[in-house]
Write a protein that binds this ligand. Structure first.
Ligand code: HEM
Length: 328
C-alpha cells in the first residue's frame, strides 16, 4: 500500500496536472467563443436582430405564403454550396442563383427586407448567412412547426459560382444512396438526410422536378392516381403546373412522411425514402412519430447550419445581401 508520505510527495504533481487541465479547458472554451457559432450571438451587438428578422418574415408571409418554403429551401441551398455563407443570395451573371437547380428558389425579397431593417437598427453587424439561418427557423415556426435555438456568427462569403451549385445540390431524380452520398459530403448522415427531407412538408414542385418520373419511361414506383395527376399537369413538352409537396403544404408537420409511406411522394427522391429498404424503417418511424421527428428536425437544422461556416478573413458582413462589399 502507498504510504501517506508518498501521497503527500505526489500532491504537487497532481495539482500541476489539475491546473493544466483547467487552463486547457479555459483556453479551448475561449477559442470556441471566437471560432464557433453561438446561440444569442447578437444579444449585445444587435439585441433586436431576431425580432427584426421575424417581423420581416411575418410581413413576407402576409404577402405570399410561399415565403416560408422559399426561405427554408434558400438556407439549405446556401449551406450545401461552399457552406452557409449567404453565397446563394449574391447577384451576378454566373452566380449560384443562375444555376438550374436554383432557378425556382424564392424568398430573396424577404431577406433583402430583413437586411435593410437590420442595417437601420445596427449597421454592419448581422451577416446575410445568419439572416437566412434565423429566417429558416421562423419559416418553420410560422407554418406551425417546432422552433429551435439558432446558432449564429457566420460571415458572408465573397464567391458565388453557378457551377458549384450545379455540382452540390441533390437532384430530385436521385436514389436514397445518391442522396445519402451528397449529404455525407457535407458531414451529414443518412438519418440526417431523412429527417431534413421532411422540409418537403411545405411548398411545391414544378413540372421539371417530376418529369423524369414520367418520360420517356414511367417510374415503376410512381403509382396511380398520382401518376395521372402528374401526367395531366406535365405533358412531355412544356407544362407549368405546380404540385404541393405533401397533402398539407402550408402546415409544417409529418404528413410528408405519411404521404411517402402511402406512395404519394411527389419527386422520385421523396418516394425513394420509402421504396429503398435502407431508408424505409426510419421514414416509417417519422410517419408515426410527429413529435420526435419535429424535435430532431430542429437539431439537424442546427447541424446543417454549421456546414462550411466562414469565420475568418475569407468572409465579411455584407451591407447588401445581393453584393459583396468590395469585389475581388
Ligand atoms: C434530400 C434531398 C433534396 C432534394 C433532392 C430536394 C429537391 C427539391 C426540389 C427539386 C424541389 C422543388 C423545386 C421546384 O420544382 O420548384 C424542392 C423543394 C423544396 N425543398 Fe428540397 N430537396 C432536398 C432536400 C431539402 C432540404 C434538406 C430542405 C430544407 C432543409 C429542403 C427544402 C425544400 C422546400 C421548403 C421546398 C419547397 C420550395 C418552395 O415551395 O418554393 N429540401 N426540393
Amino acid at each position: 500500500m502507498e504510504s501517506r508520505h508518498n501521497l503527500l510527495q505526489r500532491r504537487p504533481t497532481l495539482w500541476t496536472a489539475v491546473v493544466l487541465v483547467i487552463l486547457q479547458l479555459a483556453l479551448s472554451c475561449w477559442m470556441c467563443t471566437v471560432d464557433a457559432l453561438q446561440t444569442g450571438y447578437y444579444a449585445a451587438t444587435c439585441p433586436n436582430a431576431e425580432a427584426i428578422i421575424r417581423a420581416a418574415m411575418e410581413r413576407g408571409m402576409q404577402e405570399d405564403s410561399g415565403t416560408a418554403p422559399g426561405v427554408l429551401r434558400l438556407h439549405f441551398h446556401d449551406c450545401f454550396v461552399d457552406g452557409c455563407d449567404g453565397s446563394v443570395l449574391l447577384d451576378g451573371p454566373r452566380s449560384e442563383k443562375t444555376a438550374s437547380p436554383n432557378l425556382t428558389l424564392r424568398g430573396y425579397e424577404v431577406i433583402d427586407a430583413a437586411k435593410a431593417d437590420l442595417e437601420l437598427a445596427c449597421s454592419g453587424i448581422v451577416s446575410c448567412a445568419d439572416i437566412l439561418a434565423y429566417a429558416a427557423r421562423d419559416a418553420v415556426v410560422l407554418t406551425g412547426g417546432l422552433g429551435w435555438a439558432v446558432e449564429a456568427g457566420r460571415l458572408d462569403g465573397r464567391v458565388s459560382d453557378a457551377g458549384r451549385a450545379f455540382a452540390e445540390i441533390p437532384d430530385p431524380s436521385f436514389s436514397s444512396a445518391q442522396l445519402a452520398a451528397v449529404f455525407a459530403r457535407k458531414g451529414l448522415t443518412t438519418s440526417d438526410m431523412i429527417v431534413l427531407s421532411g422540409a418537403h412538408s411545405i411548398g411545391r414542385a414544378h413540372c421539371d422536378s417530376v418529369k423524369t418520373r414520367l418520360y420517356p419511361v414511367q417510374d415503376p414506383n410512381l403509382r396511380e392516381p398520382l401518376a395521372a395527376e402528374l401526367r395531366s399537369g406535365c405533358p412531355q413538352q412544356g407544362g407549368s403546373a405546380t404540385f404541393s409537396l405533401d397533402s398539407t403544404p402550408n402546415q409544417f408537420d409529418n404528413a410528408y412522411y405519411i404521404d411517402v409511406v402511402n406512395g404519394r411522394g411527389i419527386m422520385r427522391s421523396d418516394q425513394a425514402l420509402f421504396d429503398d429498404p435502407s431508408t424505409r424503417t426510419e421514414t416509417m418511424f417519422n410517419s408515426l412519430g410527429a413529435a420526435p421527428w419535429a424535435f430532431r428536425f430542429g437539431q439537424i437544422m442546427v447541424k446543417m447550419g454549421q456546414v462550411g461556416v466562414k469565420t475568418g478573413p475569407d468572409g465579411e458582413i455584407r451591407r447588401n445581401c445581393r453584393f459583396v462589399n468590395t469585389p475581388i
